[in-house]
Write a protein that binds this ligand. Structure first.
Ligand SMILES: Nc1ncnc2c1ncn2[C@@H]1O[C@H](COP(=O)(O)OP(=O)(O)OP(=O)(O)O)[C@@H](O)[C@H]1O
Ligand SMILES: CC(=O)N[C@H]1[C@@H]2OC[C@@H](O2)[C@@H](O)[C@@H]1O[C@H](C)C(=O)O
Length: 402
């Protein structure tokens, strides 16, 4: 047997594994690196975060990615060059983290790498009859494995699509395994560039579980902060939004997009929630000369309303729901205030109360997916195919060869 296969076999048979989960989301703020100790698999999975860092991306990395990020037309060579280059950048950041933590690569069992989404094109968005759902994450796993010397699991979304899903959201798989709690109706709300949630039923019934993107989280806020306030990259604590007024006509126009009336579950991205989408709405509502703080206030209300309306439309009002929030958007106090005011029957928490740092949650998710791929049992795989959550393992394995 090849020594790497033998090593993987041993890792699969361990009771607990050290897995580095990586997430670089749509906000392009940095690489989330979560060193997790994962015990068991399937419904018995337990996760402890041993270390967590967000390694900020420097301006040149952001500029390189933005050349091809969520764009309909790009230079094909840029895409080709960035696929290994991103992996090498991520590999370098992992090596730096390991040095800082004084942990040697050979004590890590696996890396679980999401990669960088450069385009998400579910059929609902591209609408081309000959083609199905599609998504592209770059940062090739072989390059990461060779750069770090650690067996790497990557490219999780393709199997989801191959099995009938849209390739997103995937958080539901980790949410079900690590956050389900008998006797408590839970919503796991993540506010990243895009906002999404998972519903976990109090009776633990997997057939009731579902997950969906709901619309923009921080993505539009970030883009227009960068445009009008170049010294900032986001609206810290929502202060700009708080100083402005919501423009009702513009908000109505933004909400008239067909995405908001499509059935759940659905996935989306900055391909739809883009500058062009906002500029069209500004034009249609005759608000091209809106002042920046009113625009930011309106975009913040759009994010809040996307979340509020989706939760209200999926659940009866009397149902006591516990909402556990994560993602960078939870630091936007004005956004969170507006959401909480309109959902008085929900009890709001942070995932911190469940032992998972909110900024680390998505990176942990990919560590859990890698754990299921390598050590999960086929008969205890989670899924709910009726709600587009296929029962599958996800990820591709790359070996460093030494
Ligand atoms: N103090 C703060 N005030 C307001 N917003 C904040 C604050 N801190 C972080 N954010 C927001 O959180 C964003 C980063 O969020 P996060 O890392 O969850 O996004 P992501 O993982 O890239 O997104 P996605 O989950 O869509 O892929 C920042 O770009 C910013 O908009
Ligand atoms: C294609 C893609 O990268 N989608 C991301 C993005 O960021 C949030 C939302 O849009 C979600 O659908 C997804 O990520 C999380 C981790 C998910 O799949 O659950």
């Amino acid at each position: 047997m090849h020594s790497q296969i033998e090593k993987l076999y041993k890792i699969a048979n361990k009771k607990e594994r050290l897995i580095i989960g990586l997430m670089s989301g749509t906000s392009l703020d940095g690489l989330d690196v979560a060193l997790c100790r994962i015990t068991n698999s399937g419904p018995e999975t337990e996760v402890k975060i041993l270390k967590f860092e967000t390694e900020p991306f420097n301006d040149s990395l952001k500029a390189e990615v933005r050349k091809i990020f969520a764009k309909e037309q790009i230079n094909f060579q840029d895409l080709c060059l960035l696929n290994p280059w991103i992996a090498l950048q991520h590999g370098h950041l992992i090596n730096e983290c390991l040095k800082k933590w004084q942990i040697t690569p050979d004590s890590i069992d696996l890396i679980a790498s999401h990669g960088q989404t450069v385009l998400h094109a579910p059929k609902r968005l591209h609408q081309q009859s000959n083609f199905g759902n599609s998504t592209l994450q770059i940062g090739d796993g072989d390059h990461l494995a060779v750069k770090t010397g650690i067996i790497t699991v990557s490219d999780f979304r393709q199997k989801h699509i191959a099995s009938g899903g849209e390739g997103a959201p995937l958080a539901v798989y980790g949410d079900y395994l690590i956050f389900s709690k008998r006797g408590e109706e839970r919503i796991m709300l993540n506010i990243g560039g895009i906002a999404n949630f998972t519903y976990l039923s109090a009776d633990l019934d997997p057939d009731k579980v579902f997950s969906t993107d709901v619309g923009p989280g921080n993505t539009l806020i970030d883009v227009f902060v960068r445009k009008f306030y170049p010294q900032y990259t986001y609206d810290k604590d929502g202060e700009i939004a708080r100083s402005g007024k919501v423009n009702i006509e513009l908000l109505k126009e933004l909400k008239s997009h067909s995405f908001f009336v499509e059935d759940f579950p659905k996935s989306t991205g900055p391909e739809l929630f883009s500058v062009a989408y906002v500029e069209k709405a500004l034009q249609e509502s005759k608000n091209q000369h809106i002042n920046p703080e009113d625009l930011l206030s309106t975009l913040t209300q759009l994010s809040a309303d996307s979340i509020i309306t989706s939760i209200k439309s999926c659940f009866e009002e009397e149902k006591p729901l516990h909402v556990y929030s994560s993602g960078g958007g939870i630091h936007n106090k004005e956004l969170m205030r507006r959401i909480q005011v309109e959902l008085p029957n929900c009890i709001f928490h942070s995932t911190e109360e469940l032992g998972i740092t909110p900024d680390a949650k998505e990176a942990v998710l990919f560590a859990v997916l890698a754990n299921e791929l390598v050590a999960g049992k086929e008969d205890s795989l989670f899924g709910n195919p009726a709600r587009e959550i296929p029962k599958v393992t996800m990820g591709k394995i790359s070996f460093p060869d030494k």
